[in-house]
Design a protein around this ligand. Structure first.
Ligand code: HEC
Length: 211
């Protein structure tokens, strides 16, 4: 028996640590591939391809643009007309266009005068006002007078025409469901043809004008 603990044969028998290579577990590879696939898929669906304007729930620039407020065109004119209507017409016809029977003001909602195929009558009556009997939706109105609201709008003739065009566009769009913009040039032409007129129009005269 050997009493010496440092005897070389005992030491060399201990195993040295070794560095061995083992293949990555298949499940880990599968997990990484799956995660990569899912993140790429998610990016493709919601990432907007690095476009900073695009956030979920929008998926592309085109998608974002679809929801932008429209500039120009009828929407802008309708918005401008709504404001002018509030300032110049709503006192008699009400904001909602239902009219005010107590003051002899007929409704604009679904009125055949509003739904007239062109804006000619509308421009005429806004410009010079209206009096005398008028039938609206089967009911005769005769107790009120509409003033020459258009003629008394502030500004030059071109400015008046532009405002009347916006009001006519709004009224026809909002109360007559007609989405056709009335252009200032159209209004100027109609107003030029009636410029010497000082009295209110009558319903009968409007009926003789272009519908
Ligand atoms: C002072 C009150 C008053 C104001 C302001 C006024 N109206 Fe009128 N409006 C009337 C009255 C009253 C009549 C009916 C006149 C009649 O009996 O001949 C009428 C008739 C009309 C009609 C034809 C009938 C109908 O109901 O469709 C239209 C369209 C109309 N107005 C639009 C307008 C617009 C647009 C404005 C603003 C630019 C306006 N009015 C401002 C009082 C007013």
């Amino acid at each position: 028996m050997n009493a010496d603990p440092k005897k070389s044969s005992d030491v060399t028998n201990e195993a040295e640590p070794t560095a061995a290579m083992t293949a990555m577990p298949v499940w880990l590879v599968a997990l990484m591939v799956t995660l990569l696939f899912l993140s790429a898929w998610y990016f493709d669906l919601y990432g907007g391809w690095f476009e900073p304007k695009v956030f979920s729930p929008y998926v592309s620039v085109a998608d974002v643009q679809r929801f932008q407020p429209k500039t120009g065109g009828i929407a802008e004119t309708v918005a401008r007309g709504k404001k002018l209507f509030s300032d110049n017409c709503a006192v008699c016809h009400m904001e909602t266009g239902v009219g005010n029977p107590a003051n002899g003001c007929p409704p604009l909602v679904d009125s055949e005068w509003v739904k007239s195929p062109t804006a000619t009558r509308m421009v005429m009556l806004i410009s010079k006002g209206l009096s005398g009997p008028i039938t609206v939706n089967g009911k005769v109105w005769n107790s009120g007078v509409m003033l020459a609201v258009g003629d008394s709008l502030p500004g030059s003739e071109a400015e008046k025409a532009e405002k009347i065009a916006a009001i006519a566009t709004y009224v026809r769009f909002q109360f007559g469901k007609i989405a056709v913009e009335t252009k200032p040039a159209q209004v100027e032409a109609i107003r030029a043809s009636i410029k010497d007129r000082t009295a209110n129009f009558t319903a009968e005269e409007l009926l003789k004008a272009e519908p």
